[in-house]
Design a protein around this ligand. Structure first.
Ligand SMILES: Nc1ncnc2c1ncn2[C@@H]1O[C@H](COS(=O)(=O)NC(=O)[C@@H](N)CS)[C@@H](O)[C@H]1O
Length: 437
């Protein structure tokens, strides 16, 4: 992608109302533009990252056995009257009336709708266990949207919903999502700690939040430090027997402020391992049994032929919030430092003299070779001065910078810089490509 043909409206300064670093950097890097309070346009660079994050979430959901569908953003109010949540949900719900005076709402979550889909088609326990997910925009009319995409009003969420014949099976579904979340966030270069959490308007009595530790996090959290460094289980697990992995984490103390028990924290955690921090909630999973299947009569004929209300859980990931969380966890004074797995481009090729045919030829050859090797490349072919090009490359956080100037062309070398470490090396293109991998 030639930068001279792209759309990257970077800013020298962040607007004063951007208080936290991820909001400042997303605006300065030309990734989003606020259209209304808590409502954003996703500009090209931001959308590329959003799509990569979404794809990792999708892959890990499917690895854990979930099946993707897509539900609409608009829902009938009557559906929410069946579960009793229409009035209970409060002012966060955006209520809409259409031209026929029908009452609709912009979905803040989809428990009712997915239960309606399930009850319309599934009648036998033989179809269970089932986990359906989608990645869809939600609307919550937050009283105080702030921190950019971290607390928006329209935001992208992956929400999955599990259906099981009984609680024991539902807990296995819960464990599959628990492990899928550990793997998902690890793939994004995040250390997300599962913590006992409050169930709030979603309901139920078993819930964990996945918290990324960050000084600007909205949540105050308390946990055993060992949890932070534990490696993710990875893909090679027995997806039908994860209890030991889950117990290995839930046996250590970790709680959000609402669930914190100071005495238990004290007695359960060794002196040197007690961590109190702020964190960002990037995922939240719930088991809530028949809370929705009972009022909505979602039931299946069991092995004995008796009708049984299905046991459900729901599992959310803040897909758009994750851009903010990753930046909070991975940036420096020069800008964003994208983990390789979510970077908008793998390499930025920087042309130090855009009016020099020899340099342009060498740059275009490098872009071609990198793309042939499967790398996504942003080619800064603009006539911006070198200092400005380096500043932009650092700001937008592309993991590798490959710089070519007249001297390098004469010597048959390029300069390669690893954004995360700042490490630079001067070497022939083929060796630079090996280094990039
Ligand atoms: N206002 C918001 N802006 C951005 N992300 C949000 C917002 N509210 C929630 N999220 C993200 O969405 C995730 C799931 O939201 S939730 O309310 O906890 N859970 C649910 O809605 C369940 N239905 C999960 S399927 C949260 O963990 C958080 O990461």
């Amino acid at each position: 992608m030639r930068l001279s043909r792209y759309f990257l409206p970077t800013l020298k300064e962040a607007p004063s109302d951007a208080q936290i670093v991820s909001h400042q950097l997303m605006l300065r890097a030309g990734m989003i533009k606020q259209e209304a309070a808590g409502i954003y346009a996703w500009l090209p660079l931001g959308l590329r990252v959003l799509n990569r994050i979404e794809q990792i979430v999708r892959e890990e959901q499917e690895r854990a056995g979930a099946v993707e569908l897509l539900m609409p953003t608009l829902q009938l109010a009557d559906l929410w009257r069946e579960s009793g949540r229409y009035d209970a949900y409060g002012p966060e719900m955006l209520r809409i009336t259409d031209r026929h005076e029908r009452e609709l709402l912009y979905g803040p979550t989809n428990e009712e709708m997915i239960t309606d889909i399930f009850r319309g088609f599934v009648k036998s326990y033989k179809a269970l266990p089932l986990n359906l997910f989608h990645i869809q925009w939600k609307f919550r009319d937050e009283r105080r949207p702030r921190f950019g995409v971290m607390r928006g009003r329209e935001f992208l969420m992956k929400d999955a919903y599990s259906f099981d014949i009984d609680e024991a099976s539902a807990r296995r579904a819960y464990n599959r999502m628990f492990v899928a979340y550990l793997n998902t966030f690890a793939r994004m270069g995040l250390k997300a700690v599962p913590m006992r959490a409050d169930t709030g308007p979603i309901g139920g009595d078993l819930s964990h939040e996945f918290i990324v530790l960050a000084d600007t996090g909205e949540s105050q959290v308390f946990c055993d430090k060992q949890l932070v460094e534990m490696p993710a289980p990875g893909a090679d697990v027995d997806w039908n027997d994860l209890q030991a992995i889950v117990d290995g984490r839930t046996s250590l103390y970790a709680a959000t402020e609402e669930m914190h028990d100071a005495a238990q924290f004290e007695s359960q955690t060794a002196d040197g391992d007690r961590l109190t921090a702020r964190g960002i909630e990037v995922g939240h999973i719930f088991y809530f049994g028949t809370k929705y299947s009972a009022p909505m009569k979602a039931k299946v004929a069991g092995p004995d032929g008796q009708d049984t209300e299905v046991h459900m859980g729901s599992y959310g990931v803040g897909v758009s919030r994750l851009l903010g969380a990753i930046i909070e966890a991975s940036h420096d004074d020069a800008g964003i430092i994208w983990p390789d797995a979510v970077a908008p481009f793998d390499v930025v090729v920087i042309n130090l003299r855009a009016n020099d045919p020899g340099v342009c030829e060498a740059c275009e050859a490098a872009v071609e070779a990198l793309e042939a090797a499967g790398k996504s490349v942003l080619y800064d072919d603009t006539d911006e001065r070198p200092g400005g090009k380096f500043a932009t490359a650092d700001l937008i956080g592309i993991p590798w910078q490959l710089t070519i100037g007249p001297k390098g062309v004469a010597e048959g070398v390029v300069e390669l810089k690893r954004r995360a470490s700042g490490e630079k090396s001067t070497l022939p293109l083929d060796q630079a490509m090996e280094r990039i991998g």
